[in-house]
Design a protein. Structure first.
Length: 183
Protein backbone atom coordinates (compact mmCIF):
# COMPACT_ATOMS: atom_id res chain seq x y z
CA UNK A 1 0.00 0.00 0.00
CA UNK A 2 1.27 3.45 -0.88
CA UNK A 3 1.02 5.94 1.93
CA UNK A 4 -0.02 9.45 0.92
CA UNK A 5 1.75 12.02 3.02
CA UNK A 6 0.51 15.50 3.61
CA UNK A 7 2.70 18.37 2.34
CA UNK A 8 5.70 18.51 4.65
CA UNK A 9 5.05 15.01 6.02
CA UNK A 10 7.57 12.21 5.98
CA UNK A 11 7.61 8.50 6.64
CA UNK A 12 10.28 7.02 8.94
CA UNK A 13 10.95 3.62 7.34
CA UNK A 14 13.53 2.75 10.00
CA UNK A 15 10.94 2.90 12.81
CA UNK A 16 8.78 -0.03 13.83
CA UNK A 17 5.01 0.16 13.35
CA UNK A 18 2.93 0.34 16.51
CA UNK A 19 -0.16 -1.76 15.63
CA UNK A 20 -3.51 -0.19 16.46
CA UNK A 21 -6.53 -2.28 17.53
CA UNK A 22 -9.30 -1.23 15.15
CA UNK A 23 -12.99 -2.18 15.13
CA UNK A 24 -14.98 -1.89 11.89
CA UNK A 25 -18.71 -1.23 11.96
CA UNK A 26 -20.84 -1.30 8.82
CA UNK A 27 -24.09 0.63 9.14
CA UNK A 28 -26.69 -0.53 6.64
CA UNK A 29 -30.25 -1.74 6.33
CA UNK A 30 -29.39 -3.87 3.31
CA UNK A 31 -25.93 -5.35 3.76
CA UNK A 32 -25.01 -8.62 5.42
CA UNK A 33 -21.61 -10.26 5.94
CA UNK A 34 -21.55 -11.52 2.36
CA UNK A 35 -22.51 -8.22 0.70
CA UNK A 36 -20.54 -5.93 3.05
CA UNK A 37 -17.90 -4.89 0.54
CA UNK A 38 -16.95 -1.59 2.22
CA UNK A 39 -16.35 -3.33 5.55
CA UNK A 40 -14.24 -5.92 3.72
CA UNK A 41 -12.19 -3.16 2.07
CA UNK A 42 -11.48 -1.62 5.47
CA UNK A 43 -10.49 -4.96 7.03
CA UNK A 44 -8.19 -5.76 4.10
CA UNK A 45 -6.50 -2.37 4.26
CA UNK A 46 -6.06 -2.12 8.01
CA UNK A 47 -4.71 -5.65 8.41
CA UNK A 48 -2.54 -5.18 5.32
CA UNK A 49 -1.06 -2.11 7.01
CA UNK A 50 -0.10 -4.20 10.05
CA UNK A 51 -2.93 -3.23 12.38
CA UNK A 52 -5.12 -5.63 14.36
CA UNK A 53 -8.80 -6.16 13.59
CA UNK A 54 -10.23 -5.91 17.11
CA UNK A 55 -13.84 -6.51 16.08
CA UNK A 56 -16.21 -6.32 13.12
CA UNK A 57 -19.95 -5.87 13.02
CA UNK A 58 -22.97 -4.80 11.01
CA UNK A 59 -25.91 -2.85 12.43
CA UNK A 60 -29.00 -1.33 10.86
CA UNK A 61 -29.37 2.42 10.26
CA UNK A 62 -30.76 2.82 13.76
CA UNK A 63 -29.45 5.38 16.25
CA UNK A 64 -29.88 3.03 19.22
CA UNK A 65 -28.14 0.07 17.58
CA UNK A 66 -25.24 2.23 16.37
CA UNK A 67 -24.74 3.81 19.79
CA UNK A 68 -24.97 0.49 21.58
CA UNK A 69 -22.24 -1.15 19.46
CA UNK A 70 -19.91 1.86 19.36
CA UNK A 71 -20.26 2.42 23.11
CA UNK A 72 -19.58 -1.25 23.87
CA UNK A 73 -16.38 -1.19 21.81
CA UNK A 74 -15.26 2.20 23.18
CA UNK A 75 -15.72 1.02 26.77
CA UNK A 76 -14.25 -2.47 26.26
CA UNK A 77 -10.60 -1.54 26.68
CA UNK A 78 -9.85 -3.76 23.68
CA UNK A 79 -10.23 -1.12 20.93
CA UNK A 80 -8.05 1.90 20.09
CA UNK A 81 -10.04 3.10 17.07
CA UNK A 82 -13.45 2.50 15.53
CA UNK A 83 -14.13 3.06 11.85
CA UNK A 84 -17.73 3.09 10.68
CA UNK A 85 -18.86 2.87 7.09
CA UNK A 86 -22.31 3.96 5.98
CA UNK A 87 -25.11 6.19 7.15
CA UNK A 88 -23.29 9.52 6.68
CA UNK A 89 -25.39 10.74 3.75
CA UNK A 90 -28.36 13.09 3.73
CA UNK A 91 -31.32 10.76 3.23
CA UNK A 92 -33.85 10.06 5.95
CA UNK A 93 -32.25 6.71 6.92
CA UNK A 94 -28.71 8.18 7.22
CA UNK A 95 -28.33 8.62 10.99
CA UNK A 96 -24.69 7.83 11.77
CA UNK A 97 -23.75 11.44 12.69
CA UNK A 98 -26.84 11.77 14.88
CA UNK A 99 -25.89 8.52 16.64
CA UNK A 100 -22.19 9.27 17.10
CA UNK A 101 -21.93 13.01 17.77
CA UNK A 102 -23.58 12.92 21.23
CA UNK A 103 -21.10 10.20 22.27
CA UNK A 104 -18.01 12.22 21.36
CA UNK A 105 -15.95 13.74 24.14
CA UNK A 106 -13.93 15.65 21.53
CA UNK A 107 -14.58 16.23 17.85
CA UNK A 108 -11.73 16.15 15.33
CA UNK A 109 -12.93 19.03 13.13
CA UNK A 110 -10.15 18.77 10.55
CA UNK A 111 -11.10 15.22 9.58
CA UNK A 112 -14.23 16.30 7.72
CA UNK A 113 -12.37 19.08 5.95
CA UNK A 114 -9.52 16.84 4.80
CA UNK A 115 -11.88 13.99 3.89
CA UNK A 116 -13.87 16.34 1.65
CA UNK A 117 -10.70 17.66 -0.01
CA UNK A 118 -9.62 14.11 -0.79
CA UNK A 119 -13.10 13.01 -1.81
CA UNK A 120 -13.51 16.02 -4.12
CA UNK A 121 -10.55 14.75 -6.16
CA UNK A 122 -12.44 11.48 -6.71
CA UNK A 123 -16.15 12.34 -6.89
CA UNK A 124 -16.21 16.11 -7.36
CA UNK A 125 -19.05 18.04 -5.82
CA UNK A 126 -20.87 14.84 -4.85
CA UNK A 127 -18.68 14.96 -1.71
CA UNK A 128 -21.19 17.52 -0.40
CA UNK A 129 -23.61 14.64 0.19
CA UNK A 130 -21.39 13.17 2.91
CA UNK A 131 -21.38 14.08 6.60
CA UNK A 132 -18.16 12.20 7.40
CA UNK A 133 -16.90 12.97 10.88
CA UNK A 134 -14.36 11.94 13.50
CA UNK A 135 -13.70 12.42 17.17
CA UNK A 136 -12.86 10.75 20.44
CA UNK A 137 -15.01 8.77 22.81
CA UNK A 138 -12.81 8.90 25.88
CA UNK A 139 -9.50 7.49 24.66
CA UNK A 140 -10.86 5.81 21.50
CA UNK A 141 -10.70 7.38 18.05
CA UNK A 142 -13.91 7.17 15.99
CA UNK A 143 -13.94 7.80 12.23
CA UNK A 144 -17.25 7.77 10.34
CA UNK A 145 -16.96 7.23 6.60
CA UNK A 146 -19.55 6.97 3.85
CA UNK A 147 -20.59 3.48 2.77
CA UNK A 148 -19.15 3.36 -0.74
CA UNK A 149 -15.99 1.39 -1.45
CA UNK A 150 -14.44 4.46 -3.06
CA UNK A 151 -15.10 6.65 -0.04
CA UNK A 152 -13.69 3.96 2.25
CA UNK A 153 -10.54 3.69 0.13
CA UNK A 154 -10.11 7.49 0.04
CA UNK A 155 -10.79 7.86 3.76
CA UNK A 156 -8.47 5.04 4.82
CA UNK A 157 -5.66 5.43 2.29
CA UNK A 158 -5.38 9.20 2.24
CA UNK A 159 -6.52 10.34 5.67
CA UNK A 160 -6.82 7.70 8.40
CA UNK A 161 -3.94 5.34 7.53
CA UNK A 162 -1.19 7.98 7.72
CA UNK A 163 -2.49 9.27 11.06
CA UNK A 164 -2.78 5.77 12.55
CA UNK A 165 0.76 4.92 11.40
CA UNK A 166 3.30 5.55 14.13
CA UNK A 167 5.99 6.04 11.48
CA UNK A 168 4.28 9.11 9.98
CA UNK A 169 6.13 12.27 10.99
CA UNK A 170 6.24 14.98 12.20
CA UNK A 171 3.31 13.68 14.26
CA UNK A 172 0.53 11.11 14.22
CA UNK A 173 -2.44 10.11 16.33
CA UNK A 174 -0.77 6.94 17.62
CA UNK A 175 1.80 8.91 19.60
CA UNK A 176 -1.06 10.80 21.25
CA UNK A 177 -2.88 7.66 22.40
CA UNK A 178 -1.16 7.41 25.83
CA UNK A 179 -2.15 11.02 26.53
CA UNK A 180 -5.77 11.07 25.37
CA UNK A 181 -7.22 10.73 28.87
CA UNK A 182 -4.90 13.24 30.57
CA UNK A 183 -6.41 15.82 32.86
Amino acid sequence: MTTLLQPGGRFDESAALTPVRIAVLTISDTRDEESDTSGAVLVERLTGAGHQLAAKGIVRDDIGEIREQVTAWAESGDVDAIITTGGTGITGRDVTPEAIEPLLTKRIEGFSVIFHLVSYQTVGLSTLQSRALAGLIGGVFVFCLPGSNGAVRDGWDKVIAPQLDSRHKPCNMVELMPRLLER
